[in-house]
Design a binder for this molecule. Structure first.
Ligand code: CA
Length: 534
């Protein structure tokens, strides 16, 4: 913390999420010094007994050992010793609540309010033959196996340097590289997850219905297994005439006898790329309704402000998007597991609630096999940022899903297939795995909130990054796309920030570049493979 640059701001700011809460968050840059008098109805004139860092909790009442510490109106922990009012409440003073079981949950019982439709909102997008809409016009090259990655990287460099300048309406070329495809137990339970993820990635709306595949020849994940006829409508050539309208398909296999040496492989790949680039280059943006957005919500590098500023604003925006007919996915199973009761209650139907339980139970068993539990989620950075444990993190994470009913559930890597509304896409919380799985489900726009700060980006889809605090937004002024810290400063509100994000999303979907795009920042795709490696 560089207090030489950012002296503690004044007056003291306290943020409480629920009227029952007996702790509140310190809003001020640089935290608050011991002896500070806490303001307003929340602070009730209490005097701080400790120096409390920004985004950390201060106790608003005298707590006895064993008392529940309430935030978001629910217990995020139990006091291990007496905690006097005005003390800094950090994770070493708390015992974490037991995990909620999956029996006897409230199923689809929340009052269903149908918010008024939000009409007339549009963006400029690329319509695809399958009915989906892209926010970018990218050539994607799928791969069956990691073995081809080096050759593909060499080809990508030449495509970017020699070919893309000739196709100005193409936004870029991406290699869908991964570590799967061989040396894996491809028939084992769970193997369907990485395979369908790769299959569905190939048809992401930002790739314009052009499917180009690079394979090796001897790998376990054969092209017909990755893209079985009928699994995705393919029109085209090279390996087989698929004979149906839909995506244009092209395939280069490195072990083919016709490729005599590296030069011949490159020639084949570049020729195949050229035919896709020619078609992509003829595409133009057109006005489409906001309902064509498929937005994946995620957080990473969270702090205690994530659940106070950015995530509530994202939740407000989620409601706006769903009201506009768009599709929103929220994910990160380990980060919402402790809020399972709220999710099942909000399910649109008992069937959806049962699917939520099914995915949570699968993940509980997956973690149990690895002899870990949900407490493994929180990072040292989370704790330094004021998040005591996964329960507190979960409550701040789930607010990204807004307040509308949950319309459906996606297993990891499952495709939306045209379904709309609010979806719980069950994924791990890992930023890269979650992003990869949301891309496979059909995401064409990504929202990412961060408090600690991460330069996360994806080559396949724009990522709008929202800072939870102004201190980060100032320091990373050319990395963060929106500063939700203004909510804690009192210069904006959750509603105003939610609308600002909604407008930003329509602009980015129409072609406005994010900071990560301007700098060319992109993380690798990372597959979720719960099956054994051989
Ligand atoms: Ca994450």
């Amino acid at each position: 913390m560089n207090t030489a640059v950012y002296a503690p701001s004044w007056p003291p700011v306290l943020v409480r999420m629920h009227e029952r809460d007996n702790v509140a968050i310190v809003g001020n840059d640089g935290g608050l010094a011991a002896g500070t008098e806490l303001p307003g109805p929340v602070g009730r004139g209490l005097v701080l007994r400790d120096k409390v860092p920004q985004a950390h909790k201060v106790s608003l009442a005298d707590l006895k050992a064993g008392d529940a510490v309430l935030r978001y109106g629910i217990p995020i922990g139990y006091a291990l010793a007496d905690i006097a009012a005005g003390r800094w409440v950090h994770e070493r003073l708390l015992r974490m609540p037991e995990a909620r079981g999956l029996e006897g949950l409230p199923m689809a019982i929340a009052a269903k309010h149908t918010p008024a439709p939000l009409e007339g909102r549009t963006f400029q997008g690329y319509r695809n033959a399958d009915g989906s809409v892209g926010t970018r016009n990218l050539l994607a090259i799928s791969t069956t196996v990691q073995c081809v990655a080096g050759v593909l990287d060499a080809a990508l460099e030449r495509i970017r340097r020699e070919m893309l300048p000739k196709y100005p309406h193409v936004d870029g070329v991406v290699g869908l590289e991964h570590s799967y495809g061989c040396g894996v137990a491809i028939e084992a339970p769970g193997a369907e997850i990485p395979i369908r993820t790769l299959r569905h990635l190939a048809r992401n709306p930002n790739f314009g219905g052009e499917v180009m595949l690079l394979s090796l020849g001897c790998e376990k994940l054969q092209p017909d297994r990755l893209l079985p006829p009928g699994s995705i409508e393919l029109r085209g050539s090279t390996v087989a005439d698929r004979g149906t309208p839909g995506n244009s398909f092209g395939h280069v296999r490195l072990q083919d006898d016709t490729h005599v040496g590296f030069g011949a492989m490159m020639t084949a790949i570049l020729a195949q790329a050229e035919s896709h680039l020619e078609r992509l280059n003829r595409r133009r943006r057109e006005t489409v309704p906001a309902s064509e957005l498929v937005v994946g919500m995620q957080c990473g590098g969270s702090d205690a402000f994530s659940g106070v500023t950015a995530n509530p604003a994202v939740g407000f925006c989620t409601d706006l998007l769903v009201r506009a007919g768009a599709t929103v996915m929220f994910s990160e199973t380990t980060e919402v597991r402790d809020a399972v009761e709220q999710l099942t209650a909000r399910a649109a139907t008992p069937q959806v609630a049962a699917r939520i339980v099914e995915e949570m139970a699968w993940y509980d068993a997956y973690l149990a096999r690895g002899a870990v539990d949900r407490s493994a989620n929180t990072t040292p950075g989370n704790k330094a940022g004021g998040l005591s444990n996964i329960v507190e993190k979960a409550m701040g994470s789930i607010v990204k899903s807004g307040s509308v009913p949950i319309d459906g559930v996606l297993s990891p890597g499952e495709h939306l297939n045209g379904r709309r509304g609010l979806f719980y896409a069950a994924t791990p919380a890992s930023d890269f795995i979650c992003g990869t799985l949301q891309l496979a489900s059909g995401m064409n726009l990504h929202v990412f909130t961060t408090g600690r700060g991460t330069p996360y980006g994806l080559a396949e889809c724009p990522v709008v990054k929202v800072a939870t605090q102004s201190r980060l937004a100032r320091r990373w002024h050319d990395l963060m796309d929106l500063d939700a810290g203004a909510i804690a400063n009192g210069t904006s509100t959750i509603e105003a920030m939610g609308w600002a994000l909604f407008d930003k999303l329509l602009a980015v979907a129409s072609g406005e570049r994010t900071w990560a795009e301007k700098h060319g920042l992109a993380n690798q795709l990372v597959l979720f493979n719960p099956a054994p490696v051989t």
